[in-house]
Write a protein that binds this ligand. Structure first.
Ligand SMILES: [Zn+2]
Length: 528
């Protein structure tokens, strides 16, 4: 009698909400539990239960065959030794594992693969810095390019240099050099490609030594260190510095940091320099390009060095560039041209290529753009693999750090990754498959008056710039402290397996190509 009373109440409540329970054809205990908990996952539609997403998935053979094929593939992949002539390092800024897993859906479903999913060897990199458990893109660049960990916000200096310390950073004994320098000392060419400003934290790791990642122009330095500090800003180091002045190729955004504000209305410098002109004046063979068309038209055989700056600031997100019919190149176009150019050196090259805006979209909770940037990154890697040989080129793909980005909620196979989870929250309001632990969208998704979440499906309607829900309100969503994957192919790529410090990565790259003064395949095991 008591049970019947409860069932009547529940049905009354449910019908009052206008909610009709789907037919329940599982066992009585489950059906009763579901009736009492309307927030439980709704049962799959009959059609979804009967038809697997892909033909054969309901059988044993489908999965067993995949297992056998994978083993056979692994058995056919003998570790490559020899010596790497070229090294290309691809950096997906902020590309944590949830990002790559979610991005596969955009290729047609969760069973799809990003280009680098097929790489023969993977490992995990521990990303913490000397001072923080969750690092930023500056100190991680020092780790994965220079092989030493430093403090948050610093680039190309060791852990003895605190962030923003104008004096300590001038002590050259605390500077650490990147693998780009080691490569050039061995006769190789070195270059960088990014979708951010070329003076932003990750690419700066290739050539700069600086205590504060934000000192991209002299105006930024003067604001923090005063007029007489003599601290060279990052843009200055790129054009005039020991490593920057020797880079053969620099492609990305960020013109503003190279030109005085009195010389151009978009300029940011205060010291009178036009560093772009300085680059051009060095040699008639130095090419400066500002559009995709100019870049693609360059005759690489007649070009000594290339500086391509395609925006005043960061490059546009790929989706924005398409919307605005921008003349900026895609990451894939820049990658193809870079490899065409760098391949001319008989001694080989080191090339750093960054998908830099995965991170920035995440900081704004813009999941669609973060995943689209990941796909663009994947296309660039596919191009690199097509244009190079595993026999002489080591490709290393990794991220600097993860993000507070979650992929959850028991979505049905084949459903929209940007859609809602099948079940509602305990508050009866839908929640999304993709969300963030924190970030600027939090306030939008919470109604302070009613103290309830806003139904996210009313705010997420399909535009690529819209934000996904976040828990804690913050101006900028934070990085994550989880390990990031490292994918490798080519000579000595099998070294990249296991779990290791992020700072180990350049030492392994150097080993494969006989660079630097550490242990390499050329120095053998005698030296340590
Ligand atoms: Zn970031």
């Amino acid at each position: 009698m008591l049970l019947l009373y409860h069932v009547v109440i529940v049905i009354g409540l449910l019908s009052g909400c206008g909610w009709a329970a789907p037919e329940c054809n599982r066992n009585a205990e489950y059906c009763q539990d579901r009736a009492m908990h309307p927030d439980m996952q709704e049962p799959k539609q009959q059609q979804q239960q009967q038809q697997p997403r892909l033909a054969g998935e309901e059988s044993n053979a489908y999965w067993r065959d995949q297992g056998v094929q994978f083993i056979k593939q692994k058995l056919s992949e003998l570790p490559k030794q020899g010596r790497a002539k070229n090294i290309i390092m691809f950096l997906g800024d902020g590309m944590g594992v949830t990002t790559t897993s979610a991005a596969r859906n955009l290729l047609g479903g969760e069973e799809q693969s990003l280009s680098f999913d097929h790489f023969p060897y993977t490992g995990l990199s521990k990303t913490y810095s000397v001072d923080l458990t969750v690092p930023d893109s500056a100190c991680t660049a020092t780790a994965y390019l220079c092989g030493v960990k430093g403090q948050e916000g610093t680039i190309g200096v060791n852990g003895a240099v605190p962030r923003g310390d104008c004096k300590t950073m001038m002590d050259e004994s605390k500077h650490v050099d990147s693998i780009a320098k080691w490569a050039m000392e061995a006769g190789k060419w070195a270059g960088l490609v990014t979708t951010t400003r070329v003076t932003h934290a990750s690419p700066a790791g290739v050539y700069a030594h600086i205590a504060e990642r934000d000192w991209e122009s002299d105006t930024d330095v003067t604001a923090d260190c005063g007029e007489d500090s003599e601290v060279p800003d990052i843009a200055y180091q790129l054009i005039k510095g020991e490593v920057g002045s020797k880079l053969k190729l620099v492609l990305g955004g960020g013109r503003k940091n190279f030109v005085d504000k009195n010389l151009a209305d978009w300029g940011k410098r205060s010291d009178g320099w036009n560093l772009i002109e300085e680059f051009q004046k060095l040699s008639p063979g130095n090419a400066y390009v500002t559009t995709a068309e100019e870049l693609m038209a360059l005759d690489v055989t007649k070009t000594e060095r290339i500086l391509g700056l395609f925006q005043h600031d960061h490059l546009l997100y790929h989706m924005q560039a398409v919307d605005q019919a921008s003349d900026q190149p895609t990451l894939e176009q820049m990658t193809r041209k870079a490899i065409e150019f760098m391949s001319q050196n008989e001694e080989g090259y080191f090339l750093f290529i960054e998908g830099g805006r995965i991170d920035q979209a995440h900081h704004d909770n813009q999941a669609r753009m973060a995943l689209d940037e990941t796909i663009e990154f994947s296309k660039a890697i596919a191009a690199a693999r097509e244009l190079t040989s595993e026999d002489d080129t080591l490709l290393v793909i990794t991220a600097d750090h993860s993000h507070a980005f979650t992929y959850s909620g028991y979505g049905y196979r084949g459903t929209d990754i940007f859609g809602k989870a099948p079940a509602n929250g305990n508050d009866g309001i839908p929640h999304m498959i993709l969300s963030y632990a924190n970030g600027p969208s939090a306030e939008r998704f919470y109604n302070a008056e009613t103290k309830e979440r806003v139904d996210p499906t009313t705010l997420i309607t399909g535009h690529h710039e819209e934000a996904f829900p976040a828990g804690v309100p913050l101006d900028s969503e934070t990085h994550g402290g989880d390990d990031v994957l490292v994918y490798a192919s080519g000579p000595w790529s099998h070294l990249f397996t296991g779990v290791y410090e992020q700072s180990t990565i350049p030492h392994m790259m150097a080993y494969s190509a006989c660079l630097g003064d550490g242990l390499t395949v050329c120095s053998g095991s005698q030296r340590t």
